[in-house]
Ligand binder design. Structure first.
Ligand code: SF4
Length: 318
């Protein structure tokens, strides 16, 4: 079971396409750490009984700004036998002793990197950030017990042409796996029209990917790209809705937000959200997916008529 948990809405960068851009006026909330540890303990017990692997994956905002995240993550791995990962903007990787502490806390670290040098700094509102990012990732790579290192790229018109060169650079840094998203329009509708991928952009990407996947593979890097995922990109670019009636078998993930609401994905928290405080026993954990699916069957969320979840469309391959 993969549990994606948005643990904070705080962020220190200014990305024009993100809902948690530090310039945007939204409530900045951290999740309750005690509640995270309580549920993690149940997940760990469920994993031990069912034999299923449990991965808790922190999202944000910027999850490494959540106070106590490193100690808690290390404790969850050590005491509850679950794997822990984080998706970060990389701004804290250069701190004193960061590499050692991060290596102890996480099995997997995903760094958001969108473009080369000044273009990445401009997109993320982080002057001087590119060299800091490169340095932080290299130090992580060299740390004892280095976690698996991943990079995620948000693809848009601005960075499509440089994507192959960016992949080469990420391979130079020691990244193990590269994934990508298509710029979405839900978070910042103002940014989307000028920057989103068009139909021709998706065709170009589809044409170039096989050779790039092969080149990365020869360098020991997995570049995740599947036809189903590219089909989703093409549909978005052409304005064609992709309805999904049953995502349960397609989606290995559950999503929890900063308020402790559990849902199939981040888009359906209001429709299907179950409070974490309703999950009191290991038995409750084992029935969680079934309970969420029953909620979906009883009442279709309007967003499912054009499902935006990357998980459902095999972002990580098949
Ligand atoms: S929007 Fe969420 S709940 Fe609806 S089909 Fe997609 S993943 Fe499932």
């Amino acid at each position: 079971m993969i549990v994606l948990w948005r643990v904070t809405t705080l962020c220190n960068l200014a990305c024009g396409f993100c809902a948690y851009d530090r310039r945007v006026s939204v409530p900045r909330i951290h999740v309750d750490a005690a509640e995270v540890e309580r549920l993690a303990s149940l997940l760990g017990q469920w994993g031990a009984i069912s034999g299923e692997d449990v991965l808790l994956s922190w999202l944000g905002g910027e999850p490494l700004l959540w106070p106590g995240v490193l100690d808690l993550s290390r404790r969850l791995r050590e005491a509850h036998g679950i794997r822990v990962s984080v998706t970060t903007n990389g701004t804290t990787l250069g701190r004193e002793d960061a590499a050692r502490a991060l290596a102890a806390a996480f099995d997997e670290i995903t760094v958001s990197v969108d473009a080369l040098e000044g273009d990445h700094e401009r997109l993320r509102g982080w002057p001087g950030g590119w060299l800091k990012l490169a340095d932080g990732i290299r130090r992580l790579r060299d740390a004892n017990g280095s976690p698996r290192l991943r990079a995620n790229v948000v693809l848009m018109r601005d960075n499509l042409a440089s994507f192959p060169t960016l992949c080469e650079r990420l391979a130079d840094w020691g990244i193990d796996e590269i994934t990508f998203n298509q710029l979405g329009g839900r978070d910042r509708p103002d940014f989307f029209p000028q920057h989103s991928l068009g139909v021709d952009d998706v065709t170009t990407l589809r044409h170039r990917l096989p050779e790039l996947v092969q080149r990365m593979s020869e360098r020991g890097v997995r570049l995740c790209a599947s036809d189903a995922y590219l089909d989703r990109f093409a549909a978005t670019a052409s304005g064609r809705a992709v309805p999904v009636t049953d995502c349960e078998s397609l989606r290995p993930t559950l999503f929890i937000d900063e308020h402790g609401r559990i849902a199939p994905c981040s888009f359906t928290l209001d429709t299907y959200g179950i409070p974490t405080r309703d999950v009191l026993t290991v038995d409750d954990v084992s029935h969680l997916r079934e309970r969420l699916a029953a909620g979906r069957r009883a009442r279709a969320a309007s967003v499912c008529a054009d499902c935006p979840s990357t998980q459902v469309f095999a972002k990580f391959g098949t």
